[in-house]
Ligand binder design. Structure first.
Ligand SMILES: [Zn+2]
Length: 235
């Protein structure tokens, strides 16, 4: 992996060794945390959408049209995006447990314990994603409550990096997220979905302290600055 950047909220951009740009949860225009330099993310190959809520999917269609990127999402959300103008040949619909092979990255869809809609319409189940690359596995949990599946994902996929929501109110807070990090057992945990709006009160520092205490330092917490490439913090 060449780079991984947090762009605020649950939005991340990953560049693989071959230079493929993968954007997870496109929420940039209206995202108060996204740095100006990343409001328009440039060339994209793949967009992964965890669920249809605006704070995860708002910029999906304009970015797909602008960049020609393929858009991976669950079947029901994919149908709604296509109705609203996502070109059919760019839509990759899948479902939980399935894996899509994109060359130097394989993407598996996981469960998430949350809800999902697109412009007020039911958009299927929410999801998370496992990204398997050469020598590195990243788990982006999407929006979720704590769930027993974390333990299974840790056992089956052995992620190196677990990206977990900690904000509270709409997802688990830092307490539950710290337990989730223990269950996944990745070498690194990265907090997301906090601080974007006042109700998202989860603290990344408290999350870090709890995770490092519960795992005796086996899981290191990385708290990236928005826009910062933190690939070099992952060994
Ligand atoms: Zn959300």
């Amino acid at each position: 992996m060449k780079s991984i950047r947090w762009l605020g909220h649950s939005t991340f951009i990953v560049t693989t060794d071959s230079g493929k740009n993968i954007l997870i949860d496109p929420f940039l225009e209206g995202n108060p945390v996204t740095p100006d330099a990343w409001k328009s993310p440039g060339e994209l190959d793949i967009i992964l959408v965890t669920h249809g809520h605006d704070d995860h999917a708002a910029d999906t269609i304009p970015l797909a049209k602008k960049t020609g990127a393929r858009v991976i999402s669950i079947v029901e959300l994919s149908a709604l995006l296509q109705q609203d103008g996502l070109p059919e040949n760019q839509a990759v619909e899948m479902n939980k447990g399935g894996t899509v092979d994109l060359g130097d990255v394989k993407v598996t869809m996981t469960s998430a314990n949350h809800s999902s809609s697109w412009k007020g319409k039911y958009a299927g189940d929410p999801a998370g994603y496992i990204l398997k690359m050469e020598g590195l596995c990243i788990y982006h949990a999407g929006d979720t409550n704590i769930m027993a599946d974390f333990e299974l994902y840790g056992r089956i996929y052995r992620p190196d990096v677990a990206i977990l929501p900690i904000g509270d109110h709409y997802t688990m807070g830092h307490e539950e997220a710290a337990h989730a990090a223990v269950m996944v057992g990745a070498r690194y945990a990265v907090p997301m979905h906090y601080g974007t709006m006042p109700v998202l009160t989860g603290s990344p520092e408290t999350f870090r302290d709890l995770v490092e205490k519960h795992t005796s330092g086996k899981t290191r917490v990385i708290i990236p600055e928005a826009g910062e490439n933190f690939a070099d913090q992952i060994s």
